[in-house]
Design a protein around this ligand. Structure first.
Ligand SMILES: Nc1ncnc2c1ncn2[C@@H]1O[C@H](COP(=O)(O)OP(=O)(O)O)[C@@H](O)[C@H]1O
Ligand SMILES: [Mg+2]
Length: 306
């Protein structure tokens, strides 16, 4: 089988994608006829090359690689690829849409309001249905870009302006104190819950990608019932959004042990030391086996007789 590993891209997470692509290549280079395909600019300029592979492993993160645009173009050209399809990817990149679906399914989220910078700037005071502190974030970014924890109404405007540099839709969310959890899903099965203990107050870009700046506990120290409940909710949102193959779902857990869905990542960090691979290792799946399983799932999806 000829496998193209699509990596790079122009999203903020380009560097992470370069590491992911190389890690995937190193893991399976002797099993498949694999090649790294660098995305530098318009996907259409490499579409013929992508067509020459039996399957494309999407090793992109963020931007058009994760928001469904590239998946849509690959669908149009009948190119098979790993990970969620165009619709699920687009939906998952939209944090507000994700929360609405979650609430319909009975999955708890923090309270939030959605504003545009225009409405925010035309009002002297924004009426919030929940107290400070709040979290201001762009509706469709990743890696904690453009996100601010705001403690009082006077600090709201600069935070909104910052978020508006990343997206025209801005979310103001109730701040959930407590712990940070994430759950990987592989082939409709939840992996062990991971607790993230960032050294900054917030799981920001530096803590996400600098070795040693966060501590990870897997499986997270939670009682069995709470663990099962969080895993079940992670699987529920994964299914409700129509995700495929794998994804990773972020939660907050407050001091009363109530959990709240933050978002679903359809192309989560995927280097050898990333959270989903770490969690898969706890159930005995090596990185190479994990990559292989995703490739097999993607092939089977399109070729059910295999
Ligand atoms: N409502 C919230 N309450 C507390 N912390 C939050 C909240 N929303 C986001 N955070 C913090 O910011 C980080 C990034 O937020 P998230 O919604 O997952 O966006 P991103 O797509 O940037 O990862 C989270 O991992 C968490 O540490
Ligand atoms: Mg997140």
């Amino acid at each position: 089988m000829r496998l193209g590993i699509l990596y790079g891209g122009n999203a903020a997470e380009r560097e992470v994608s370069l590491t992911t692509g190389q890690a995937v290549y190193d893991a399976i280079q002797f099993e498949y006829e694999a090649e790294l395909v660098l995305l530098d600019g318009d996907i259409l300029s490499i579409i013929d090359e992508l067509k020459s592979y039996d399957l494309v492993f999407i090793a992109l993160h963020g931007g058009e690689g994760e928001n469904g645009k590239i998946q849509h173009i690959l669908d149009d050209h009948q190119i098979l690829y790993t990970g969620s399809g165009a619709k699920a990817s687009q939906l998952a990149m939209d944090k507000s849409a994700t929360k609405k679906i979650a609430n319909l399914k009975g999955i708890p989220t923090s309270d939030w309001v959605e504003v545009t910078i225009e409405t925010a700037e035309s009002q002297t005071e924004i009426d919030l249905p929940f107290p400070f502190p709040v979290v201001v974030k762009p509706n469709d970014e990743g890696s904690t870009f453009g996100l601010t924890i705001v403690n009082s109404a006077t600090d709201l405007q600069p935070a909104l302006r910052l978020a508006s540099e990343f997206s025209s839709k801005i979310l103001i969310e109730a701040f959930i104190p407590g712990r940070e959890l994430t759950v990987g899903i592989l082939n409709n099965t939840p992996l062990p819950v991971v607790e993230i203990i960032p050294s900054h107050g917030l799981f920001d870009y530096e803590c996400k990608y600098t070795k040693g700046l966060s501590e990870y506990v897997c499986p997270a120290e939670l009682d069995n019932q709470l663990t099962s409940e969080i895993q079940a909710n992670a699987l529920d949102i994964y299914r409700a959004m129509g995700c495929r193959h794998y994804a990773r779902i972020d939660f907050r857990l407050d001091p009363d042990n109530h959990f709240y869905l933050l978002e679903i990542n359809t192309l989560p960090g995927f280097t050898g030391t990333s959270l989903l691979p770490k969690s898969a290792a706890k159930v005995g799946l090596s990185y190479r086996q994990l990559v292989n399983q995703i490739i097999t799932l993607a092939k089977e999806d399109h070729d059910p007789l295999l």
